[in-house]
Design a protein around this ligand. Structure first.
Ligand code: ATP
Ligand code: MN
Length: 482
């Protein structure tokens, strides 16, 4: 009869001394003397390993030889008090089944610290490291917490299309979706690509945002959110941009800009609290890891707070709410601007803020998360609600330490005439967007929403420095491996 498996997390968190049970997992390390082998076994349920003790006399030498770093085992035995330091109890093996060997001369993961760059090249194996398994568990927990947060508030989860024919941001950073044989693309008489012959009989692309469709749903269900993949062909090789990333986009009828900010701040704090409550072991590991990384940074770039302190800090402080206009004044007067240390100097009102400016505001000036609102209309999307001053729109971006922008949102322009005028000014094809404009024609209401980049949130919570390390298989320019 096959023994029922017990997960290592359960073994380590209970008092099972004297009990016999079955564990299954992967070997992290093996230490061996003539008479006994100590095997650190991990099954991904927790960052911690279970120590398995195998007496040489009880096992074939050939079996013990197969047990190397990376091999997979099922071990049946008794939980006994541990003789050694480092753990209170261990599993005394009675039988071991080696499911799969891992040739020690070839297996790329050795029991030592590998560089993140190296691990990115073997992204198919990196979840087997402590760092990446911790990140993936945190990622899972945050995804679950997002659904729980919105569910508790009565929001409906909506799936918006991944293939669309609209470019929500109007930024033209879309990936095309086509069924054409690219060597023989059909052309019209005047030499244009003939999309009428393509699969959808029109130009199609991968979505950059689910917002526009989300707005349609909010006009019926009042409060909705999307949580799905988005795609941007932006050629920005930064530590905060992916070509494929996941976005959470709530959209709420009857919310103004203040309501929008309140919800966003509450949500971010809820997620941080959830991680502290449910990922304590992983966060402790990542905290220590981040502290080690800090030592390699120059003194003036080091964080004053540890990772866990930074998470607590976000919980305990109100986010600073500052208008764009105030922010520009602060930036103009700032030391790095006066001393021309910014790469992009802030000369006048209307300038788009770069991440160096966002981070100055958050990390140096306010020293806490900042919500910037009322941006110039010319640096924001067409759908944002126009303010009475004729110059600004009801946008709000949330800026986080070490990250910069983590959320971008706005109150939406619900007045049909204003919206159409703005679309024309910005060359948005009004005719093709009639379905969107119908929300303003029939039963329009004030409404708001925002987008949270899921990976940027995970960056913040895990203290990692590069967005490529918080998604299992990163897509960036020139990189579509696995
Ligand atoms: P940025 O200025 O940092 O490029 P954005 O203004 O293009 O961001 P939005 O279009 O407002 O961002 O998207 C909403 C959120 O999605 C952002 O606040 C950010 O958290 C996330 N995000 C945007 N682009 C990316 C990307 N390429 N990779 C990962 N996350 C992203
Ligand atoms: Mn962008």
């Amino acid at each position: 009869m096959k023994e029922k498996r017990t997960k290592i997390k359960e073994v380590l968190s209970s008092d099972l001394i004297g009990q016999k049970l079955m564990v299954m997992g992967w070997v992290r390390t093996k230490r061996e003397s003539k008479s006994v082998a100590f095997i650190a076994l991990n099954d991904g349920s927790t960052i911690h390993n279970l120590q398995v003790v195998a007496n040489a006399e009880s096992f074939e030498e050939s079996t013990l030889k197969k047990i190397t770093t990376g091999a997979s085992l099922g071990v049946f035995g008794e939980i006994v008090p541990s003789q050694g330091a480092g753990q209170a109890f261990e599993l005394q093996a009675e039988s071991i089944e080696v499911y799969g060997e891992a040739d020690p001369d070839k297996y790329p993961l050795q029991p030592k610290r590998h560089s993140l760059e190296f691990l990115r090249e073997i992204a198919h194996l990196r979840p087997r490291t402590n760092t990446f398994s911790a990140i993936m568990r945190v990622r899972h927990s945050l995804a679950f917490a997002i659904h729980q947060f919105f569910n508790e508030k009565g929001f409906s989860y909506i799936n918006t299309p991944i293939i669309t024919s609209s470019d929500a941001e109007g930024a033209g950073e879309t990936f095309h979706v086509t069924n054409f044989d690219l060597d023989q693309v059909p052309k019209t008489e005047d030499g244009q690509v003939d999309y009428k012959q393509d699969f959808f009989e029109k130009e199609a692309n991968l979505t950059v945002s689910g917002q526009l469709e989300g707005e349609l749903a909010a006009m019926a269900l009042s409060e909705i959110y999307t949580f799905g993949p988005t795609f941007r062909a932006e050629n920005s090789n930064t530590t905060r941009h992916l070509a494929e990333f996941w976005m959470i986009e709530p959209e709420m009828a009857f919310y103004d800009l203040q309501d929008n900010m309140n919800l966003a701040e509450e949500m971010l704090k809820y997620l941080v609290q959830y991680a502290l409550d449910h990922c304590a072991d992983d966060l402790q590991f990542l905290d220590k890891r981040a502290a080690d990384e800090e030592k390699n940074k120059p003194q003036n770039e080091r964080n004053e707070l540890s990772l866990i302190e930074r998470l607590r800090f976000v919980l305990e402080n109100e986010f600073e709410r500052v208008s764009y206009t105030e922010a520009i004044e602060i930036l103009k007067r700032s030391k790095p601007n006066q001393k021309k240390k910014f790469q992009y100097l802030i000369e006048e009102w209307g300038a788009d803020l770069q991440s160096e400016h966002e981070r100055y505001l958050v990390e140096k000036h306010f020293k806490k998360p900042v919500i910037l609102y009322n941006y110039p209309k010319d640096i924001k999307a067409f759908y944002m609600r126009q303010n009475d001053d004729g110059k600004t729109v009801g946008a709000m971006d949330i800026l986080f330490p070490g990250i910069g922008e983590i959320i971008g949102g706005s109150q939406r322009e619900e007045r049909l005439d204003n919206l159409i005028t703005r679309m024309k000014e910005m060359d948005i094809p009004v005719e093709e967007m009639q379905w969107y404009l119908d929300t303003r024609r029939y039963g329009a209401v004030p409404h708001s929403g925002y987008g949270l980049g899921f990976e940027r949130m995970i960056l913040f919570v895990t203290g990692m420095g590069n967005i490529r390390d918080v998604i299992p298989f990163p897509r960036t320019p020139g990189n579509c491996e696995f």
